[in-house]
Design a protein around this ligand. Sequence first.
Ligand SMILES: [Zn+2]
Length: 101
Amino acid sequence: MKPLYQARDRIEAQLLKDFLGGYHIRVLVQGEYLSGAAGELPVIQFPQLWALEDRDYDRARELIGLFLERDTGDDPWQCQKCGEWIEPQFQICWNCATKRV
Ligand SMILES: [Zn+2]
């Protein structure tokens, strides 16, 4: 197995797991919690995603890339109405004045 991606938090890890599951790629989330020594609070680590099948690795990396692009607010966005690509600093389509969703 190869590590695919280091998630920011459990929620992102779960979203990615579900997302990849939709493409029939099975992943494992590891390292969410490490139990500390007795009397200590458990250490929460950044969860890591692993592809269960090595043959899924390249496809999974590609899909994660797409997922992350969709997720950030700093990339150009595509107008839902006319399909134009808009620079991230604008919240309204220059072509048809549709608001960013
Ligand atoms: Zn538009």
